[in-house]
Design a protein around this ligand. Structure first.
Ligand SMILES: [Mn+2]
Length: 511
């Protein structure tokens, strides 16, 4: 990253907001535990030896001492499980029922035959365990009329033959200590355990997310317990879990700052590598390389790298065309670091100089985006209300530039603006790119939520309702924003977006 840092400082006159602390220093300065957590975290220890995932002993360059995963302690994961059990059991009034909560890990996915995709853990499961193993299951059992609960993690046990092929496993013995659960058991005993627990402790509530199962193998076993005629009732834990996930802890905020910083730098680098004749594919590779080099696992999603009128297709991901001298290029990308995601969009001129009409549209979207971020701080509106504000602001600005007719107002104007920006302006962000999807967007934003702010404008080449010189253009500007008690904090601030900064940066890095 050092050459990029020099490059950006050089191009932008050394303004400190573009590049803050050196990345390595920031990485090591991850938040310290508050005093009360410190005492608790000493109750748990991370087992030594080579386990199924990186630990502070085997990968001290990635994970600090006493943390289970980068930035997060065993105590924090345990606290999340406790909170979930207490929230779910208080939702159902009957004290005479046993609560059994089942949260499955993701299963390996295959590209073809025995060729796997890169494994991505299920976010709900990871949030509660920190465990990166495929096909594991977390079970939390709170017997009737007790305040205590038991946590059991089902994992793949040690198996020398399987480990010869796939690498080391944590195994049951070390898993109980590593993940700070009461028990770890072999995954092939999960079905019998669930049957026994639910039949012995009637009546019981089985909390399980029944739709789009994370692991279809586990789904079959859980469904068999829920057959008619039993005293097991079903309930979905996911909404409660997402209400927890949508509010970020101190350590999660630090992790989000890092992933946003890396994503921001990758977009700066893509800008610097842009020149006429370069392929969208090459910018895609620059984004990927820059993020991985800075410590991200991989990009958060297949990025949009769309030159010219291809940017009017909101989810264009083909990324195989050459960039033309007169084009702008729209990039929507982000990275994943320790499963936390950034999500950034920028649009810039391939030549390094905005044309008159491109600049009018760009500055219009930028003004709307900045105002929307202010509104988040001033009114803490629900995201759906922020979307209404975007349509109204876009409409008014487009009228001022004579791009939309002056003789329309109210709902008609909002409707016309909506036609030019048909996607939502915001979503929650965190372990998933579209984070905590069960939290509705009509609830007001709260401190420690992280949301995107991403207005855009897409004018098709054949849109005759708009003056000709503005057609065939797609612009989106997206930042990731932390809601605080004071002003919103833009976590992707390091990514340049002012016209003069963009013009100073485009084309300045040779490939
Ligand atoms: Mn987004």
């Amino acid at each position: 990253m050092h050459y990029l840092r020099r490059l950006v400082i050089h191009c932008a006159g050394g303004r400190s907001k573009l590049i803050r602390q050196p990345y390595k220093l920031r990485c090591l300065s991850t938040v310290e535990n508050p005093p009360q957590e410190k005492a608790q975290s000493q109750l748990f220890t991370i087992p030594k030896g080579i386990l199924g995932q990186a630990t502070c002993h085997t990968h001290p360059h990635l994970i600090q001492n006493n943390q289970l995963t980068c930035g997060i302690t065993q105590a924090e994961y345990r606290e999340r499980r406790e909170t979930l059990v207490s929230k779910l059991s208080s939702e159902v009034e009957n004290m005479h029922r046993t609560h059994v909560i089942v949260i499955p890990a993701a299963r390996k996915q295959y590209m073809s035959d025995k060729i796997p995709y890169v494994f991505r853990q299920n976010s709900d499961f990871f949030y509660l365990t920190g465990c990166l193993e495929p096909s594991a299951v977390l079970v939390l059992v709170k017997p009737a009329q007790t305040d205590s609960y038991k946590s059991i993690l089902f994992v793949h046990d040690k198996d020398s033959h399987a480990e010869l092929w796939e690498g080391p496993r944590t195994g049951c013995y070390a898993a109980a200590r590593l993940f700070a659960v009461d028990e770890a058991r072999p995954i092939d005993t999960f079905g019998t355990f669930l049957n026994k627990t639910t039949s012995q402790s009637k009546p019981s509530v089985l909390w399980y997310h029944n739709e789009a199962p994370a692991n279809p193998d586990i789904h079959g076993l859980v469904r068999s317990v829920l057959k008619p005629g039993t005293q097991v009732t079903w309930a979905d834990p996911q909404r409660t879990l997402h209400l927890m996930r949508v509010i970020k802890s101190r350590s999660e905020v630090e992790l989000m700052k890092e992933t946003c910083y890396i994503g921001a730098q990758s977009v700066n680098m893509a800008m610097a590598c842009t020149r006429p004749g370069v392929s969208e594919h090459v910018l895609n590779a620059v984004l990927d390389y820059t993020c991985r080099q800075a410590g991200a696992e991989h990009l958060a999603f297949p990025p949009v790298v769309a030159g010219g009128s291809r940017a009017t297709h909101i989810h264009y991901v083909t990324n195989n065309q050459l960039l033309g001298e007169d084009d702008m290029v729209l990039v929507d990308t982000g990275c994943q670091r320790w499963l936390y995601n950034s999500d950034i969009s920028r649009t810039w001129p391939v030549s390094g100089k905005f044309s008159k009409h491109h600049r009018i549209l760009y500055e219009l979207v930028l003004a709307v985006q900045k105002r929307l971020i202010e509104l988040l701080g001033e009114h803490r509106p629900p995201l759906d209300q922020l979307f209404d504000s975007m349509c109204r602001l876009l409409g008014t600005h487009l009228q001022q530039e004579a791009i939309l007719p002056k003789n329309i107002d109210g709902n008609e104007l909002i409707g016309k603006a909506y036609r030019l920006c048909p996607h939502h302006v915001s979503h929650y962000l965190g372990l998933d790119v579209h984070d905590s999807p069960l939290v509705k967007r009509h609830v007001p934003v709260q401190t420690n939520m992280i949301v995107t702010v991403e207005p855009g404008i897409y004018i098709r080449p054949d849109d005759e309702s708009v003056p000709k010189e503005f057609r065939g253009v797609g612009i989106r500007i997206e930042d990731d924003v932390l809601i605080t008690d004071g002003d919103p904090l833009i976590l992707t601030e390091a990514c340049v977006k002012e016209v003069r900064d963009i013009e100073a940066l485009v084309g300045k890095q040779s490939l």
